[in-house]
Ligand binder design. Sequence first.
Ligand code: ABN
Length: 174
Amino acid sequence: MKIIDRLFERKARSLAQHSSRRSMLRGLGGFLVGASALPLLPVAREASAQTGPTTPQEEGDQTSCDYWRYCAIDGFLCSCCGGTANSCPPGTEMSPITWIGTCRNPVDGRNYVISYNDCCGKSGCGSCLCQRDEGDRPIYRSDKTNDVNWCLGTTSSTYHCSSAIVVGLAFDNK
Ligand code: ABN
């Protein structure tokens, strides 16, 4: 038993001699700096993006042409055709080619970039035709042109309806 006691005593003394308050503070400082850098990691930024500015507080009737996201739309509202403002009706395919608008959300007063994705693969929905055209530009600015069938890159080029997806906050133009 004495041998074990002596061994522990020697270890404890050695530890006390070779560690100082300063080195302990250095270690603690390093830990705190490391912990504060965690939110900068891509995984943390991705997680906050999912609950961040791309999911604004909003209200309104998505089946009404007056709904704030439709400020630059021209087409049948997918939310009247079995889909939603964010999704295509069953049996149709969302076009990867879009046109872009900037609309003011009345709830928070901020401007958001909206991607208008046509839904394709069925004949024209025929309900809730909505034409608002804010910021619509001729075809030479194709990213801002709404009066075009954007069913490109899809299995079928037949237009059915248009969705309106919030993709992010717009830069302030001051
Ligand atoms: N982008 C909506 C649309 C589709 C077909 C024709 C005109 C407009």
